[in-house]
Design a protein around this ligand. Structure first.
Ligand code: URA
Length: 246
């Protein structure tokens, strides 16, 4: 069984962006921290850090944020960048402001281009992040691409056999699966995560991607009940599903 981590309350809340240790000590003194219905005034107390803590702890009258080890599913809208430091709209802007001060930081699992929409995961769990993006895990990524020109019919077999070399690279691509949806629309399943990969694959066959949307990652599918720009936390079964259904 996994050992439950414990933490001092001030250290835990500090790492979740609630303030400095001094600020958290002050908050505890004025009754701003409640655990299991009782004021917690001694912030040096060690407590087990369990996923149910947000339902048992209140900070300034609000449920505690999710404890470290969170995974977020975001329906990324067009126009947002997957970066902590670029100018313009960032995917992190959709999360509560306090979450920017979390340590470990919340980061995207891989990236989607500014002009790509759809399923994007974010996490503060570095091990999980590396497992999802590791080429060895072969986690499938499914994209719906709208193309500038009609498909000619040779793209599917070419992608399927693998070995295509993208411009500026020398390592051949792994096999990818193409499903034709209409003359100018296709669903492409890839297991790698190279820079601008889908756009460059279609560029390699003389086409141009006009719109790109990620529908699926492993066994996780983006559903209609999560509109663009909205996010939700994944539960453990959903996290496990990332590695299934490939
Ligand atoms: N391939 C691309 O070209 N862009 C993305 O955002 C994802 C995959």
């Amino acid at each position: 069984m996994k050992k439950v981590p414990t933490s001092r309350v001030d250290k835990l809340l500090g790492s979740m962006g609630y303030g400095s240790r001094t600020e958290i000590a002050r908050l505890g003194k004025v009754g701003g921290i409640v655990l299991d219905g009782a004021d917690l005034t001694d912030v040096s107390k060690r407590i087990p850090v369990t996923p149910d803590l947000p339902s048992r702890m209140e900070i300034d009258g609000e449920p505690l944020d999710p404890v470290p080890g969170l995974v977020i599913l975001l329906n990324k809208p067009l126009g947002m960048t997957c970066s902590h430091k670029e100018d313009g709209a960032l995917v992190y802007d959709v999360l509560p402001e306090r979450w920017r001060r979390r340590d470990p930081a919340v980061s995207t699992i891989g990236r989607l281009d500014k002009q790509t929409s759809g399923l994007l995961l974010l996490t503060d769990d570095g091990d999980l992040l590396h497992r999802v993006i590791s080429p060895k895990k072969h986690v499938a990524k499914v994209y719906r691409a709208t193309l500038a020109r009609p498909l000619v019919g040779t793209e599917g077999p070419l992608f399927e056999q693998g070995g295509l070399v993208l411009e500026g690279e020398d390592k051949p691509l792994a096999p990818a699966h193409l499903e034709v949806l209409s003359p100018t629309e296709a669903r492409l399943t890839v297991t790698e995560g190279r820079y601008h990969m889908v756009r460059r694959m279609f560029a390699a066959v003389g086409n141009h991607v006009e719109a790109l949307h990620r529908e699926r990652l492993g066994g996780l599918t983006l559903r209609d009940d999560l509109p663009p720009g909205e996010w939700r936390l994944l539960d453990q079964a959903e996290i496990d599903a990332i590695f299934g259904g490939s």
